[in-house]
Design a protein around this ligand. Structure first.
Ligand SMILES: [Zn+2]
Length: 261
């Protein structure tokens, strides 16, 4: 769950839809390079995937019928980490921003997204409406947020260093959109979500990220059917497997992984 004013926008589905991936060169990206990032796109020995289970501790996030967002995000994150380790072995490293019911400050999470040693940052949340109409809400579906394409001014370093930093950040934003689209495809095809829209939002963990970063709203806790799915072991496994498939597909297509063999 994010701040209340944004939910008003979410409820009416009026946020911008991302449409900026046509700048990416698919053939070069498939080799782990693209025209905007000739500096830091060679596959790392062991790329680090950071998974961020939203909320925790005193911050329950959204809650509905005894289901807390913080518990759903932790369960899915743990399962996702297990799946990635099982399927990728030591080809990828997986880190969680929390691995228990502890409170992690937003600035700490953002700092982890701004850590250059990471390869990807994936924050997990559950969506909710600010006000649920009498009789319940039928609004459902996943939403994957990425940072807007406009970039912050870079003031440190000389002109060449600023240009390099700018191009790296631009590359990360484009790759975040590609990752978000891949996650969305798998959430609808493999985890039976009714929709999975990619949207832009100025969120701290995304805006401060210096690696490709996405925030996944898995589905709506304010929808009784989806709340049941989110709280179920079966649902959490489906969501984790779908996101795992997406991360592996993205990693193979963008040079983080060369092969799973
Ligand atoms: Zn949340």
């Amino acid at each position: 769950m994010l701040h209340a004013t944004r939910y008003m926008l979410l409820a009416t589905y009026c946020l911008l839809v991302v449409a900026c991936t046509d700048d990416i060169n698919p053939s070069s990206a498939a080799n782990g390079q693209n025209e905007f990032c000739p500096y830091k796109c060679a596959p790392a020995a062991q790329p680090i995937i950071v998974i961020d289970p939203g909320h925790g501790g005193r911050d329950h996030g959204a809650a509905r019928d005894g289901v807390s967002e913080k518990d759903v995000t932790l369960a899915v994150a743990r399962q996702l980490a297990d799946e990635l380790r099982l399927r990728c072995g030591n080809k990828l490293a997986v880190r969680l921003t929390r691995n228990n019911d502890s409170f992690v400050d937003l600035s700490q999470r953002a700092a982890m997204a701004a850590n250059d040693s990471a390869a990807l940052f994936i924050s997990l949340h559950c969506n909710s409406l600010e006000t649920v109409p009498e009789g319940g809400s039928d609004i459902e579906g996943a939403v994957i947020f990425v940072a807007p394409p406009h970039l912050p001014a870079i003031s440190s370093g000389d002109a060449m260093e600023q240009s390099i930093a700018f191009n790296r950040l631009r590359s990360h934003r484009l790759n975040a959109t590609r990752l978000a689209q891949t996650i969305g495809q798998h959430l609808t095809h493999d985890a039976a979500r009714s929709s999975a829209h990619v949207r832009q939002e100025q969120l701290m963990v995304l805006s401060m990220a210096t690696v490709p970063a996405v925030l996944v709203e898995l589905d709506y806790l304010t929808n009784a059917t989806q709340a049941k799915f989110l709280a179920s072991r079966h649902g959490q496994l489906m969501l984790a497997n779908a996101i795992c498939d997406a991360i592996i597909e993205y990693s193979l297509n963008n040079g983080l992984l060369s092969t799973l063999d």
